[in-house]
Design a protein around this ligand. Sequence first.
Ligand code: PGA
Length: 261
Amino acid sequence: MRRKLVVGNWKMNGSIAKNKALINQLLARLQNFDAADFALCLPYTYLFQAQQLLTGTNIAWGSQNISQFESGAYTSSISAEMLKDFNCKYAIIGHSERRTISHESNEKAAVRVTRAVNAGITPIYCVGETKLERESGIAKKIVEAQVLAICNLDHTTFERAKNVNMVIAYEPVWAIGTGRAATPDEAQEMHHFIRVLIALRDEEFANRIRIIYGGSLTPNNVCNLLTMPDIDGGLIGRSALTADDFSKICEIACDTTQCLI
Ligand code: PGA
């Protein structure tokens, strides 16, 4: 049984005052939830605050990207080692909003994954097809290329990725922020496909890697999605911005048997 992981992707939201209120509400609600893992990925500017408020709690924190470079003259970039200074456990890599806005390729995303695992940070590597790609019948081809960028990492890097329990997030682009999540069957099919691809490289890791779903995940659809055999949690945007919604999703991740009632 893989332990479920629920990650809030705050995107470009928050303020020092709002974060404090939301984090304190979450800490109160999640304090007895011990059957799943939780994390918040905040804007870089709030990582120090996250570290202050979350150290020693059951909520981990992380960033929403990572530089492909180690250090040097790269204005505005944030390196893996810098994230380590704030004790980030996770870094989202290859989110579709990054792939679209900054034209991030699979190759660059793979370099970022390498930087993360070298620093001991767990990458949450995002994959997913656009609406047009799905409608054209090439969704699996697109996702395959994205996953292979990871499967083709050199031996040392792949072993490091295994050691930090790399996570993959399947986020169909057409489902992100649209209110129209993938159906449980659509998501399960792709999650299983991703696991099979990982198994071609490493069967043992394929069985234990957490493949989480993202894209309009809410308290209303979480039961249907998180009870599918290959869906190991969620990457959550909008529903991570309210304590009610996020904590409800976390509660269900801890005990999906309540979905059967
Ligand atoms: P959403 O975002 O939950 O608002 O669809 C998910 C994501 O982009 O990670």
